[in-house]
Design a binder for this molecule. Sequence first.
Ligand code: 4AD
Ligand code: MG
Length: 462
Amino acid sequence: MRLTIKELFELPPDGRSVIVKGWIRTKRETKSAVFLEVNDGSRMGNIQCVFDEAAAASSAAEIARAGTGASVRVEGSLVASPASGQKVEVKALSFEVIGEAPADGYPLQKKAHSMEFLREIAHLRPRTNTFGAVARVRNRMAFAVHQFFQDRGFNYVHTPIITTSDAEGAGEMFQVTTLDLDRIAKSGEPVDYSKDFFGKAASLTVSGQLNVETYCQALSRVYTFGPTFRAENSNTTRHLSEFWMIEPEVAFNDIADNMDLAEDFLKSLARVALSDCAEDLTFFDQRIQNGLLDMLAKMIAAPFARMTYTEAVKELEKTPEAFEFKPYWGCDLQSEHEKFLTEKIVGGPLIVTDYPKEIKSFYMKLNADGKTVRAMDVLVPRFGEIIGGSEREERLDVLEERIEALGLKKETYSWYLDLRRFGTTPHSGFGLGFERLMLYVTGMANIRDVIPFPRAPKLADF
Ligand code: 4AD
Ligand code: MG
C-alpha cells in the first residue's frame, strides 16, 4: 500500500517494503549512487530515495527521465538514514517515472523564486516549500476555527453569498446580474431591476453578519465562516477583493465579553498553529519572518493591551511627525497609526474600542456620549487590523435613527429591524479575516500569498 511521506516518517526503519509516490524535488548523481528527494505535500520534508550502483543501473533509463517536477513511483525498503535531520530513507529497488516534467519548460527549477514570479504561476506554486506550508497551515487553521466554536457550543450557520442588503453600509458590493448589459446600454433604456434574475438589484455579500444575527437571536451562540467580497479599490498587501471571514455572534454578550472571546480565539488558533504545524512554522520562522515562533508564544502568554480610540489618538498626537497622515480625533486610524500603536506603544496585540460613530457601521451600539460606538478592533504588529467587531445596537429607535442618518434604505433592513422589534437582546460579535490570520501565523508579507488564487483589483487569473 502507498503511504504518504508523513506516514512513512512515523514508521520505524525496519526494512519493511514501501511504495513512495510523489514529485521529484532534486536529483543528485554520484559515481556509486543516485539520490532522489521526493515530496508529496503531506509534510514539508522530502523523503530521500537512494539507489545503489546496482539499482541505479537497472533503472538507468527511468532515472534519466526523472527531472525536477516529475511524478514518480519508488519501491524499496524503509531504512535508517545516515543523513542528518531525517530518521528514515528509502533504499530503492525499482523505479518508474509516471509523468515527466521537461526541464526546458518546467518553471520551478531548483533555485529561489520571487513571490511575484510565483504569483504568476499560482497553479504550480503549491509545489514549492513555502506554498505547500501555507496550504497546510491554512487547512489546519480552518479546522481549528470550527473546533474552537464547536467546543464552546456555537452553531455553524451558512449565511448567503448573494444578498440584496449591504451588511456594512459602505457601498463596496459587487453586483450580481443576469441582465444583458450590452443590449441595455445600446438601447438607451434605463436599467429595470424588476426584470433582473432576483427581481431586484443583488450583490455578493460583504459580510454574513446581519444574517447570522438572526440565528443568534434564536440559537444564542452562532458563527459563520465563508467567502466575502469587497469591491474596494485597495491595492495593498492586506486587502483582497475575495476573502474568507469568520463571524461569531453571541446573544447577551456585551463588548467586554466580545473582547474576551476574540482574545481567546486568536490565542487558541496560535496555540494550534504552534503545536500542530510545528515543521511548517519553523520553516516560516527561518525563511520568511525571523522571530515568528517567539512572537506567537509571547502573544499567547500575555493579555492583550486595551485602550479606547480617544486614548489611542492621544498617544498618536504626541508624535505627529511620525506619520504621513496626521492623527486627530475623528480620523479613521490608518495602517501607519495601527502599526505605531502595536509596534511602538504596546509591543503586541492591542484592542481599540469606542470609535467615533462617523467612521463605523450603522449597527454598532451608540454610547451614552452620543459620539462614540461600542466598536472593538483587534490590531496586531506588522499589518494592523486583524479583527473588527462590536456590541450591536439593540434599541429599535436608535438603530432606525442611525440607518436614516446614514442615508441607508430602511426597507432593505426591515427584517433586521424585526430582531429589535421582537425579543431584542444585547448581543455582540466580530469578524476575523481568515487571510489576515494567515499573515499573522505564517509571517508571510503579502495577503495574495496566503490564499490559493487571490482576487484583487485587476487580478482574477486562474
Ligand atoms: O471590519 P470588517 O469590515 O467588519 C465586518 O465585516 C463585520 N461585519 C464583522 C462583524 O462584526 N461580524 O471586517 C472584518 C475583518 C477585518 O478585521 C479584516 O481582518 C478582514 O475582515 N477584512 C479583510 N481581509 C482581507 N481583505 C479585505 N479587503 C478585508 N476587509 C476586511
Ligand atoms: Mg474593520
